[in-house]
Structure formats: structure tokens, C-alpha cells
Design a protein around this ligand. Structure first.
Ligand code: NIG
Ligand code: FE
Length: 412
């Protein structure tokens, strides 16, 4: 095997390697050797211990800069067309998110715009959004379908998500969210629509378009019983599940998802004690979405302290979508998680690294800088990662490295 190596040296790093320490996994004066063939970390540690390592063919001096794992955005709806700026105005004039959805706006208006857009338009829009995330240090993105709601349009969305990952050279995990909203043509026939969601799933899975299955379990979405049917179908195909749960009301969705050992339950402002207990015993990750909390002017906080006490890993994500979270800034989400949810900067960082990896089932390869893990990391203009959770509205990324390759095309 051709084993050439690149040595990166002279940097300070938060590795999030818990075998180093339970906090930042800090190394003050670090070096890292990367196997060029597959972009995997061969060794990382204190510079002074970088002895008896294979001889590198490249040697990169980072001049004392700060390094962290690249960020993982574990919940996005990146593929869609149209804007919901008018709906934003309506909400400011007094209409609620649920009122607008019931009147046929909301998700369904994005469905109409998405169905009407060409593949190329959808691809260009989604690619631009993914690039914006990369410019803030993201190298792994989960992308949900859910604005197509026909077999063809869901397939189109998932194909475009895959194409975004391939053309940008980043890891994209696709999630099938056909149970996102009831399409106009099925009003009054939700169970018939769920039959179709379950009929399309094996076909799209056979085309390798689905990494996980999600649903919107809510008064304006689907019931826990309809969610169960979607999850039974996923289970029969061996696909992991996750759930938009307890965002606007407590539907018992988290407990339902836990019965299926979900990878994650997301949103969770209205999560009950029973839901917490179910998630803890099934090892489900909580994904909190401060952008949606903020943008919908939600006042009920997710139960962060109870999640901590229960030992549930907490991830964060942008939830980028046109209706409830039109942001492409993971760093702003970290800041909001601290100011609005009273999470610590360390928790916010774990939320976009190790715990986001858990929410995608990627914990064995992503989110931590240690031997055998992917060499996906960001180099920052800052002294410590806590500074990046503290300031907001700035983009201090110096470089993004994906699979050991410096992405000069993304960040200079
Ligand atoms: O995660 N809650 C459901 N889905 C999205 C919102 C989608 C939309 O409004 O277009 C969310 O908040
Ligand atoms: Fe969402």
C-alpha cells in the first residue's frame, strides 16, 4: 500500500477525545500525522511526543493556530426553492406558525415552490447553502427531504442532496422525511398518504438514497400512530430513525421514537419527564435547535438541565429551512445555545462535534480528533473555541481540511 503521510504541526487543539480529558481534550502544542491515502489520522499528540513516526512527505506549520474537529450540522432541510419572508411578516403581524400551516401556507407553500423548480435550480440553491455552511467550518451535513411529498419529488430531493455531497467533497447523510406535512392533494386522508410514504420507502432505499427516516410528529404534522407506521416500515428495512418531536406540543413523540431506538429526537421544547426517561434508557441523542426556537419566538425552553441529569447527549444543529430557521450559521447557533438555552460553550462545541456525530450514527469516525478517525478539521482565527461561541456574526475560519485535504476553494 502506498503510505505517504502529511505532518501538521505547531497548533493548539480541542480534540474532544474523552480519553484525554472530559472537557476540550486540549493539547497546547500539538502535531498530527495524516495518512494521505484515506485521510485518516495516524497519530495526534503533543509535539514533543512526535517521535518514531513514519517520515512525512509533506510538513505543514500552522503557526500556533487553533484547530478543532470540523463541525457537523446534523439536522438541515437544505434542498428547497422559494422564500417564506412574507410568512415572517405575517407572523410579526400576529399570525402563528400553526395558523399559517393550517391555512395551507408554511411547509406546503415550500412544497409548491420545490415541486415547480428544476433539478438544476434546486441543486444550485442547495450547493450554495452547503458552501455557506462549509465557510463556517462544516464538513458533514445531514440533509432531509420533505418538501417534495411525491415519490418523484422526494427522490429528486434525495438525489440532489447526494450530488451536493459528491460535488463538494463533503460527507452528506440523507434523511427521508416524506412524513413532513400532508400534501394538499391528501387533505382529510392522512392515513392514505402514510400508506404511500411506506410504499415509496423501500424503492428509494433500494436506490441507496436513504440513510435515515424522520417524521414530523405534531398537531400540524402526523400522529404518534402514523409515526409508528413509518418507523415500522423503516425498521423492516433496517434503516435508523429520528424524529421531529415535541416542537410545538407534547405528543409523546420522543417516547415513540425511543421504542425504535432512534438515533435522535429533535427540537424537544415540550419534552415531558416520561419522554426524557424513554430517551435515556434507549440511548437517544437530543438535538436542540436554537434557530427555530428563536425564529418562532418560542418561549418554552427545552429541558436542558433535565437532559444533563439524565445523561442524554445533547447535539445542536442549524435546522436550516425556509420556515422556522433560515440560518446558515452554526457559530450563531452555538452562541444562541449559550445565551438562550444556558448551555456552556463546551456543551455547544460538543453539540456540533461529538454529539452531532452520535445523532447521525457517525460517532466511530467523526467529531473527534484521535488516531483512526477522519482528518476533518477546521483552523480558526481565535485562541480558544470558547471565543467562537462567545462572539457572533463573525466568520473566523482560516482553513477547512476534509479527509486530510486543505480546501483552499472554500476558505483562503
Ligand atoms: O424543523 N418542524 C418541521 N420542520 C421544520 C420546519 C419546516 C418549515 O417550516 O418549512 C423544522 O422546524
Ligand atoms: Fe427540522
Amino acid at each position: 500500500m502506498n503510505s505517504s503521510f502529511t505532518l501538521w504541526r505547531n497548533f493548539r487543539v480541542a480534540t474532544f477525545d474523552e480519553t484525554r480529558d472530559a472537557d476540550w481534550g486540549w493539547i497546547e502544542s500539538a502535531a498530527m500525522l495524516i495518512r494521505d491515502a484515506d485521510g485518516v489520522i495516524e497519530w495526534i499528540g503533543e509535539s514533543e511526543n512526535a517521535i518514531n513516526l513514519p517520515k512525512p512527505s509533506n510538513d505543514i506549520d500552522l503557526g500556533g493556530a487553533l484547530v478543532t474537529p470540523s463541525l457537523i450540522d446534523c439536522h438541515t432541510h437544505l434542498v428547497y426553492a422559494g422564500s417564506r419572508a412574507r410568512e415572517f411578516e405575517m407572523r410579526l403581524e400576529g399570525a402563528s406558525y400553526e395558523d399559517i400551516a393550517r391555512a395551507g401556507g408554511g411547509i406546503r407553500s415550500t412544497v409548491a415552490a420545490t415541486r415547480a423548480a428544476s433539478d438544476e435550480t434546486l441543486f444550485v440553491l442547495a450547493r450554495e447553502r452547503a458552501l455557506a455552511l462549509m465557510r463556517e467550518g462544516v464538513a458533514t451535513i445531514e440533509i432531509k427531504s420533505g418538501y417534495g411529498l411525491t415519490e418523484i419529488d422526494e427522490a429528486r430531493t434525495l438525489c440532489i442532496a447526494r450530488r451536493v455531497g459528491e460535488t463538494l467533497g463533503l460527507d452528506v447523510k440523507t434523511t427521508y422525511l416524506a412524513a413532513h406535512a400532508l400534501p394538499d392533494e391528501f387533505v382529510g386522508r392522512a392515513d392514505d398518504y402514510i400508506d404511500l410514504v411506506c410504499e415509496w420507502m423501500p424503492r428509494l432505499h433500494a436506490e441507496k438514497l436513504i440513510d435515515a427516516v424522520d417524521a414530523f410528529c405534531e398537531r400540524i404534522g402526523f400522529t404518534p400512530e402514523q409515526t409508528r407506521r413509518v418507523f415500522e416500515c423503516a425498521k423492516s428495512l433496517g434503516i435508523p430513525v429520528k424524529l421531529h418531536a415535541e416542537q410545538l406540543s407534547d405528543q409523546g413523540g420522543a417516547a415513540r421514537a425511543s421504542e425504535f431506538n432512534a438515533l435522535s429526537c429533535d427540537h424537544l421544547e415540550h419534552l415531558s419527564d416520561e419522554g426524557i426517561a424513554a430517551m435515556a434508557s434507549a440511548g437517544v441523542t437530543a438535538v436542540l435547535l436554537p434557530g427555530a426556537y428563536y425564529f418562532l419566538r418560542e418561549t418554552r425552553l427545552p429541558p436542558v438541565e433535565k437532559l444533563r441529569v439524565a445523561g442524554i447527549p445533547i447535539a445542536l444543529a442549524t435546522d436550516h429551512n425556509p420556515g422556522s430557521s433560515p440560518t446558515l450559521s452554526p457559530l450563531l447557533m452555538m452562541n444562541m445555545a449559550c445565551t438562550l438555552f444556558r448551555m456552556t460553550p463546551l456543551e455547544a462545541w460538543k453539540g456540533f462535534t461529538t454529539n452531532a456525530a452520535r445523532a447521525l450514527g457517525l460517532h466511530a469516525t467523526h467529531g473527534t480528533l484521535k488516531t483512526g478517525r477522519k482528518a476533518n478539521f477546521a483552523v480558526w482565527n481565535a485562541d480558544h473555541p470558547r471565543e467562537l461561541a462567545y462572539s457572533f456574526g463573525q466568520t473566523p475560519v482560516k482553513s477547512l481540511v476534509v479527509n486530510g485535504q486543505r480546501r483552499e476553494d472554500i476558505v483562503q
